[in-house]
Ligand binder design. Structure first.
Ligand code: HEC
Ligand code: HEC
Length: 502
């Protein structure tokens, strides 16, 4: 076979709507294994299609010109907005994120003349101008397309497009939206919510890394890394032969159950639950981390349950959270339906495991010792009405510091590093960490809005007025939530009402 055929038989620019179902219109005719000769041939030919049209637009607030229609983005063909334009590359992670059963065709496009740099940890570092796209297809119907771009200032931003019912084009959404599609509820995330998962500690882009691309797609047995390398997409040769590089196990493969469960946790959880990530607790779900160092062998500081209870998924916090369909559901956004495959993998792994290798350091995970709080919980979980009593004096920050913040010293606390949720409540930092500062948990909200407790995330957290995905009420560290004393809460409320003076 010649190099050109090899290249076009892969995946550039021409995967159709049915890509999610496993058929590329580019006519991959079932060629298997890429021999090194093929790769050489591909490298020698002109194989990287020029990308003339798919480039990151300016930020909407700079120019006000972010394309209002998906068809105007330049990344899809004029005839069929579901088909990628020339120079736009389709790819497939080995271990995808669960999105309530949606099929997800994915594409990337980089400007001509640029390349992708692969970091030592396997993460792909994309050039300015890059466009990444993921569409969501439910029962054959296009519902949403998410576009993640690297703007000229070097920063990334995410945008969501809602498809019309006819499936001919999609409109840019200004913010979050929920609707019913084919009997299931579908939530389009806000631009701020994109960044909760696509966060700095996970290096912003998530599914494009060595371990995710080191394998075939559903429609082609060719290794995607080799294909991309051969086509000149990287600034340097691959760090080694693909067989020696990390690779996530596909969920449907015959890889050991533990490897598949770990691949699932990596893809679905590790962007938040990793060192200094926005997830709570110390668990680290990245696949390369040895089991004993995942910090799964202690108790959950929130429920008192073991995080990972060998042989017993039902009593393991990790399993309970992925089976939950209420506000405690994990991941906390982007999904409402339980994943049958993912839960089976994780539960199966817990079931077949005899011992938790990190038990010895469970204490470091902040095991809960305050047993017995559970029974009293119902009565205790009501906010004392005095928290809402009128303010009878001017409340200074020092009073709030003493009666509220100085107590925030539990597990994953806010008084000693690493500061949970990046919230530093030590006296010199509390003001700068709170007032008019965007919440990490809900980036559409500010932690403290001077004058308005009900709009202040901190107040809602402490009084348990939380929506889905906003996590558990504070303070935590007990097996059941108990609010702070009424007069402490009142001090906080009055301070905010009085304009949150410094
Ligand atoms: C619940 C967490 C979560 C939220 C919220 C989220 N994403 Fe993602 N996204 C992921 C994960 C994990 C991947 C990689 C795995 C995959 O593609 O299945 C991903 C992949 C992508 C990709 C493919 C490129 C990449 O980084 O891997 C694009 C494009 C994308 N998301 C755009 C968006 C946009 C735009 C938003 C907001 C409108 C958004 N996402 C919200 C978790 C999230
Ligand atoms: C968008 C970021 C994000 C993602 C993705 C995410 N989590 Fe979380 N996780 C959080 C936050 C924030 C909390 C604390 C709030 C809460 O308890 O609901 C949390 C809490 C937890 C807890 C309780 C920790 C404790 O110490 O008790 C567990 C267990 C957990 N997550 C597991 C998971 C698993 C498993 C996944 C993947 C299937 C996942 N999370 C995905 C952000 C995330």
């Amino acid at each position: 076979m010649n190099g050109r055929k090899l290249w076009w038989g892969l995946m550039v620019g021409a995967c159709s709507i049915s890509a999610t179902l496993g058929a590329c219109s580019s006519g991959d005719n079932g060629e298997t294994d890429v021999s090194s000769q093929d790769v050489e041939a591909a490298r020698a030919s002109r194989h990287r299609a020029s990308n003339k049209t798919c480039k990151a637009p300016a930020r909407p607030d700079d120019a006000g010109t972010f394309p209002a229609k998906l068809s105007e983005l330049g990344c899809f063909t004029a005839k069929d907005v579901r088909k990628a334009a020339t120079g736009v590359v389709a790819y497939e992670p080995q271990a995808p994120l669960w999105s309530d059963g949606a099929g997800k065709p994915r594409y990337f496009a980089i400007p001509d003349g640029t390349t992708v740099h692969i970091e030592d940890n396997g993460h792909f570092h994309f050039p300015i101008g890059t466009v990444l796209i993921k569409s969501f297809v439910l029962g054959g119907r296009y519902v949403e397309s998410r576009v993640f771009v690297r703007h000229t200032d070097g920063g990334w931003a995410g945008y969501s497009y809602e498809w019309n019912d006819a499936g001919t084009d999609a409109d840019l959404l200004p913010g979050a939206k929920t609707k019913t599609v084919g009997g299931q509820s579908w939530t389009f995330p806000s631009r701020g919510q994109c960044m909760r998962c696509h966060n700095d500690s996970a290096e912003t882009t998530l599914g494009l890394e060595i371990a995710q691309l080191n394998g075939p797609t559903a429609t082609s047995a060719k290794n995607q890394l080799e294909t991309l390398a051969a086509a000149g997409y990287f600034d340097a040769p691959l760090p080694g032969p693909v067989a020696a590089l990390p690779r996530l196990a596909r969920y449907d493969s015959n890889a050991p159950l533990e490897d598949r469960a770990r691949a699932y946790l990596h893809a679905n959880c590790a962007h938040c639950h990793r060192p200094s990530g926005p997830g709570a607790g110390s668990a680290d779900y990245r696949f390369g981390v040895p089991f004993g160092e995942m910090h799964l062998c202690g108790k959950s500081a929130m429920s008192g349950r073991l995080m990972f209870s060998p042989g017993s998924p039902a009593t393991s916090e990790v399993s309970v959270r992925i089976h939950a369909v209420d506000g405690s559901r994990m991941p906390p956004l982007g999904t409402q339906m339980v994943d049958p495959v993912g839960t089976a993998l994780v539960d199966g792994w817990i079931q077949q495991t005899n011992a938790c290798p990190g038990s010895a350091d469970a204490g470091a995970d902040g095991s809960v010792t305050d047993a017995g709080a559970g029974d009293a919980a119902d009565a205790a979980s009501q906010v004392d009405p005095s928290a809402y009593a009128p303010c009878d004096h001017a409340v200074a920050l020092a009073e709030v510091q003493a009666s509220v913040f100085n107590g925030c010293a539990g597990e994953a606390c806010h008084l000693r590093p690493p500061m949970a949720a990046n919230l530093d409540l030590r006296p010199p930092s509390a003001y700068a960490s709170l007032v008019n500062v965007t919440s990490v948990i809900n980036p559409d909200e500010l932690r403290v809005v001077p004058g308005d407790p009900s709009k202040s995330f901190v107040w809602r957290k402490l009084t348990n007025q939380l929506g889905p995905g906003e996590g558990s009420p504070m303070p935590r560290g007990l097996s059941a939530w108990r609010p702070l004393a009424g007069d402490s809460l009142r001090a906080l409320r009055c301070w905010i009402e009085q304009g949150a003076p410094r």
